[in-house]
Write a protein that binds this ligand. Structure first.
Ligand code: SAM
Ligand code: SF4
Length: 464
């Protein structure tokens, strides 16, 4: 197949990683990337359904796809990601011009989907492509997509999916319904992928999973077999994985996300503290500060327990950066309960936060709860959360001014005049001084904003 493709991806890091794999699959088929949808032969929309806002944005993009398809019906429009899994036939009813769709567990079928779209006798296709009938839809859910190649954005950084799905069923969340149950890759598989990546020049890996702390829970005994020989395999599960990867020669930085507070064990805190390659950053979504709301969310912890975990991390890991996700306006949340989220934010002194307005998702338990709050109440609350978390973020970043930080240079800054990189604490830094993408340097921090630092390169500290 020849021609060009346009890919638009929405949502979380897991989706971005899926997008890298979609690119690799399309390019393996001979398609070249196009920067704009106009003129592309294949249009792929990698969707997110976690919040309604993502759905709304997708509808706008699919409007463009519909116009382009009308202009040239030979164009192929595919939808991947969480929406096909959530909506199945509804998707084809809402967007009849879509040629094929598949969910995140079925990315390995993308080539078959393309074939089906080119050749309508393919699966689900045939002589009668009625608008309500999937013209291409694959559903066996068998892929652990770590097996698929990825077209990475930068040669020195890689995402590594260590598990798929989630079995927590937080009452507001659609993820378990669209990404299936928790499934871990074996430690041997993950270790082999990381060693291969390091051999290809990767210096930083980010381990991905909806709840990485639960890694290995679904694997039987012997899950540690095949780990690198030098690995110190104390304990099990995610801490053991971190220690095993820390022993991989040539790997400078290990990041991971997301950690669920209920599964943040002392053993994991210790593994973060004493594994030199593991970065001093933990993304620990609190969601809310009221124990009643946390129970209604089915999070499995109280505010006091959450703060206890924050204290344990801060005691064990010097300068650790703790970031979070917060939801404003969960059904039935009173003003007093919301104030407890603000109290938790202050007590935890988060280094940064993603703040969300509660968005009812069809099929989740919270969508049917009484006490759904009006949009203006939710918006006003989230704005107060933004003010509080930005104030704390500025304080956290300002504390770096006058200090040195290790930075992995990622490329040019937005305006192209400086270099841009990230500290081990996951803060973006704009730096001046001679260096190049992929280098690890020591930076003297000179200024801070709520989201970035500014500095000058003090030392080229390539540790290889
Ligand atoms: N697995 C991660 C965890 O448990 O923290 C997060 C997965 S989810 C894709 C990312 C964030 O989206 C959640 O932490 C939550 O704050 C937010 N989120 C999920 N469902 C939501 C909803 N229905 N409304 C608003 N925010 C939501
Ligand atoms: Fe969703 Fe909860 Fe699973 Fe995170 S842990 S993906 S919020 S169900």
């Amino acid at each position: 197949m020849s021609g060009t493709y346009y890919l638009r991806s929405f949502g979380c890091q897991m989706n971005e990683h899926d997008a890298e794999r979609i690119r690799a699959l399309l390019e393996a088929r001979g398609l070249a990337p196009a920067g704009e949808p106009d003129g592309a032969d294949v249009l792929v929309y990698n969707t997110c359904t976690v919040r309604k806002s993502a759905d709304d944005r997708l509808a706008g993009h699919l409007g463009t796809a519909a116009r382009l398809k009308r202009e040239d019906p030979r164009r192929i429009v595919l939808v991947t990601g969480c929406l096909p899994q959530a909506e199945k036939e509804d998707l084809f009813r809402r967007f009849p011009f879509v040629d094929g769709a598949l969910g995140p567990q079925n990315l390995h079928h993308l080539g078959d989907l393309l074939d089906a779209a080119v050749e309508p006798e393919g699966p689900g296709g045939g002589a009668d492509p009625s608008p309500v009938r999937p013209r291409g839809y694959f559903e066996d859910g068998a892929a652990m997509s770590g097996d698929l190649e990825a077209r990475r954005e930068r040669p020195f950084q890689a995402w590594v999916q260590i598990m798929s799905g989630c079995t927590n069923y937080c009452s507001y969340c659609i993820v378990p319904y669209v990404r299936g149950p928790e499934r871990s890759r074996s430690l041997a598989d993950v270790g082999a992928e990381v060693r291969r990546l390091v051999g290809d020049g990767v210096r930083e890996v980010t381990l991905l999973g909806q709840n990485v702390n639960a890694y290995g829970r679904d694997l039987g005994p012997g899950a540690g077999e095949g780990a690198p020989r030098s690995a110190v395999l104390s304990g099990s599960g995610f801490p053991a994985l971190l220690r095993a990867l820390d022993a991989v020669d040539g790997l400078d930085r290990i990041r991971f996300m997301t950690s669920h507070p209920k599964d943040l064990s002392d053993e994991l805190v210790a593994a973060v503290a004493d594994s030199p390659s593991v970065c001093e950053h933990v993304h620990l979504p609190a969601q809310a500060g009221s124990d009643r709301i946390l129970a209604a969310m089915r999070r499995g912890y109280t505010a006091e327990w959450f703060l206890g975990r924050v204290r344990a991390l801060r005691e064990a890991v010097p300068d650790v950066s703790i970031t979070t996700d917060l939801i404003a306006g969960f059904p039935g949340e009173t003003e007093q309960e919301f104030a407890q989220t603000l109290d938790l934010v202050e007590a935890a002194a988060f280094d940064a936060a993603y703040t969300f307005v509660y968005s009812p998702r069809r099929g989740t338990a919270a969508a049917d709860l009484p006490g759904q709050l009006p949009a203006d109440v939710k918006r006003e609350r989230v704005e107060r959360l933004i003010v509080a978390t930005q104030r704390l973020a500025l304080k956290s970043r300002s504390a770096w001014v006058g200090r040195r930080a290790e930075v992995l240079v990622e490329g040019a800054s937005r305006d192209g005049r400086l270099l841009r990189g990230r500290t081990r604490h996951n803060v973006t830094v704009n730096v001046s001084g001679p260096s190049e993408a992929g280098a690890i340097v020591e930076v003297e921090v000179t200024a801070a904003t709520t989201t970035t630092l500014r500095g000058t390169i003090a030392k080229a500290t390539s540790r290889r």
